[in-house]
Design a binder for this molecule. Structure first.
Ligand SMILES: NC(=O)NCCC(=O)O
Ligand SMILES: [Zn+2]
Ligand SMILES: [Zn+2]
Length: 495
C-alpha cells in the first residue's frame, strides 16, 4: 500500500456521468472531497489534477450493504481487518460498506465500541448495522441508544444459528416493534434455525473420506433447506406486516424466498430483498467438488443453490439492490470443518468482485441498463443509499455529494485470477479509477490508501421506507389497550 492520493482538487473530464435515472456526457469538478459541479465543460487552473474519462462511465462508487470484516464467528475470525477488506473493496470500485456489529457479552454498547476500535484504521467510509441476538429491557433501551446516539438505523435478527445468534419469534416480534417505534429498519437472516439444526445434527457429520457417499443425502438436505429459507422469509414477512414495519431480508439465496418477497411487495408491503454476489454468480455444483478446499470455500448460510436460482435472483434484481455478505475465511480456517462439515466457518468472498460481477452478469447481458447498474450497486433511486437514508450524500454524482466516484471502462476486460478464487473469470468492464472522499485511491492497477482516511457515516432513522406507513394501519395498532381492573369479557365487548 502506498500513501493515499492527496489532490484536493480534481476534474474528471469528458466521461458519461451516470446517476440512477439519467446519464449525460459532462465534466465533474471535485474540491475537498465534495462534488462541486457537473457541467458540459468546466475550465480549471494548473493546480487541479485532471483525469480524462472520455469513452468511459463516471459513476458513484459502490455501497456494499452487507459485510463482515474482522468478524469473530464459528471459533475463528474473518481473514480481513477493516483496512485490508476496504482496500480490496476500493480496488473493485466500492467506496462505502455497512458492517454488522455483534453484541459483546450481550451488550450493544460494548459491541459497537469494539467495532469502533476495529474500524479506526479505515481507508474507506463505513456504517454499522447492529445484530440483536437476545431480548430484554436492556436490549430495548440499548437499541434506542444505537439509533439516537450512535447513528445506526438498522438491526439484524438471526432466525438461524441455533445456540449462537438465533432469536425466537417472540423476541423477533419485540424487536420488530422496537424498530418500528425508532424508525429503524428490521433486517432478517431468514432460515428456520430449529429445522436446520435438526437436519445437521441427525446427519452428515463427516465430509472428508465419506464425502462422496454422503453427497446424495446431503443434496436432499440442501433442497430441504430451500424450503426452510422460504418458510422463514414468509414468517418474517408476516410478523413485520403484523406490526406494520418495513423489512429487509439479507442474503436472499433461493427462488422460494424471492417469491415470498415478491408476493409481499405486490400486496403493498414494504419488503426489500438483498441478493448477494455469490448467489447471482455461482451455483451449488462447487459444493460437491471432490476437493474439500474447493467445496468448503462455497459454504455459506443460506447455501448457494443449484443453477436456476442464480438466474431467478438476477431477474429479481431489476427491483432491488445487491450486497456481498463478505465473510471470508482462508483454507486453514475452512479446514476446521474437515471432519464435521457443520464446523466449516460459514461465509464467502466478494467485496472486491461485486461491482465487476454485477456489470458482467447484468449489464453485459443486457438484463439491466447502465443507470439501473448505478441504482443496484451504488444506490440512488430507491436502493441502498435511500434505504439507509444516506442519499444524496452517497450514491449520486450531484453537487454536494461526497466525491466517491468510479471510472469504469466498458471496453476493457480482465480476468479475476486471485489464488483464492476457485476459477478464472473473465469479466468485461473494468473499474480503472476509484476516487474515495475526493482522493484517487485506485489507478493504473495500484492502490493508494492510507490508515484513518475512512469516516464513520451516521445513518439517520425514518428513511422513505417509514414514510407514511402508519396510514396503512395494522392489526396490532387497532387492538385496544389491555384492560386495567376491567374484566376480559367487558374488554372484548368494547373491542
Ligand atoms: N452468511 C454466512 O454464511 N456468513 C456470514 C454471517 C451471516 O450473514 O449470516
Ligand atoms: Zn446472515
Ligand atoms: Zn452476513
Amino acid at each position: 500500500f502506498c500513501d493515499a492520493g492527496t489532490s484536493s482538487k480534481l476534474l474528471i473530464k469528458g466521461g458519461t456521468v451516470v446517476n440512477a435515472h439519467h446519464q449525460q456526457v459532462a465534466d465533474v469538478y471535485v474540491e475537498d472531497g465534495i462534488i462541486v459541479s457537473i457541467k458540459s465543460t468546466i475550465m480549471v487552473g494548473d493546480e487541479v489534477t485532471v483525469i480524462d474519462a472520455t469513452g468511459k462511465f463516471v459513476m458513484p462508487g459502490g455501497t456494499d450493504p452487507h459485510t463482515h470484516l474482522e468478524f469473530e464467528f464459528m471459533g475463528t475470525e474473518t481473514v480481513d481487518g477493516f483496512f485490508g477488506g476496504q482496500a480490496a473493496a476500493l480496488a473493485g470500485g466500492t467506496t462505502m460498506h455497512i458492517d454488522f456489529v455483534i453484541p459483546r457479552k450481550g451488550s450493544l454498547t460494548a459491541g459497537i465500541e469494539a467495532y469502533e476500535k476495529k474500524a479506526r484504521k479505515s481507508c474507506m467510509d463505513y456504517g454499522f448495522h447492529i445484530a440483536i441476538t437476545k431480548w430484554d429491557e436492556t436490549m430495548s433501551r440499548e437499541m434506542e441508544l444505537m439509533v439516537k446516539e450512535k447513528g445506526t438505523n438498522s438491526f439484524k435478527f438471526f432466525m438461524a444459528y441455533k445456540g449462537a445468534l438465533m432469536i425466537n419469534d417472540e423476541f423477533l416480534l419485540e424487536g420488530f416493534k422496537k424498530c418500528k417505534s425508532l424508525g429503524a429498519l428490521a433486517m432478517v437472516h431468514a432460515e428456520n434455525g430449529d429445522a436446520v439444526d435438526e437436519g445437521q445434527k441427525k446427519n452428515y457429520r463427516t465430509w472428508n473420506n465419506w464425502y462422496v457417499i454422503i453427497l446424495n443425502t446431503c443434496y436432499d438436505f440442501l433442497c430441504c433447506v430451500i424450503l426452510l429459507e422460504g418458510e422463514a422469509t414468509a414468517r418474517a414477512i408476516h410478523l413485520a406486516d403484523f406490526v406494520n414495519t418495513p423489512l429487509y431480508v439479507v442474503h436472499v439465496m433461493s427462488i422460494d424466498a424471492m417469491e415470498e418477497i415478491a408476493k409481499a411487495r405486490k400486496s403493498g408491503q414494504r419488503v426489500i430483498g438483498e441478493p448477494v454476489a455469490s448467489g447471482l454468480a455461482l451455483d451449488e455444483s462447487w459444493l460437491w467438488h471432490p476437493d474439500f478446499e474447493t467445496a468448503a470455500k462455497q459454504v455459506m448460510s443460506p447455501p448457494i443453490r443449484k443453477r436456476g436460482h442464480d438466474k431467478a435472483l438476477q431477474a429479481s434484481l431489476s427491483t432491488g439492490l445487491v450486497g456481498t455478505d463478505r465473510c471470508a475465511f482462508n483454507s486453514t480456517q475452512k479446514a476446521l470443518g474437515i471432519d464435521d462439515f457443520q464446523k466449516i466457518p460459514n461465509g464467502v468472498n466478494g467485496i472486491e468482485e461485486r461491482m465487476h460481477l454485477v456489470w458482467d452478469i447484468m449489464v453485459e447481458s443486457v438484463q439491466i441498463s447502465v443507470t439501473d447498474y448505478v441504482r443496484l450497486t451504488s444506490t440512488n433511486g430507491c436502493q441502498n443509499a435511500r434505504i439507509f437514508n444516506i442519499c444524496p450524500r452517497k450514491g449520486a454524482i450531484l453537487p454536494g455529494s461526497d466525491a466517491d466516484i468510479i471510472i469504469l471502462n466498458p471496453n476493457s476486460s480482465f480476468e479475476i485470477t486471485a489464488k483464492s478464487h476457485h476459477s478464472k473469470l473473465d469479466t468485461n468492464g473494468k473499474v480503472e479509477v476509484t476516487i474515495a472522499g475526493g482522493r484517487v485511491v485506485w489507478e493504473n492497477n495500484e492502490l493508494k490508501v492510507a490508515h484513518g482516511t475512512g469516516r464513520y457515516i451516521k445513518m439517520p432513522p425514518f428513511s422513505y421506507l417509514s414514510d407514511g406507513i402508519d396510514k396503512k394501519g395494522c392489526l396490532l395498532s387497532k387492538l385496544p389497550p389491555s384492560p386495567s381492573g376491567e374484566s376480559q369479557i367487558q374488554h372484548l365487548k368494547s373491542f
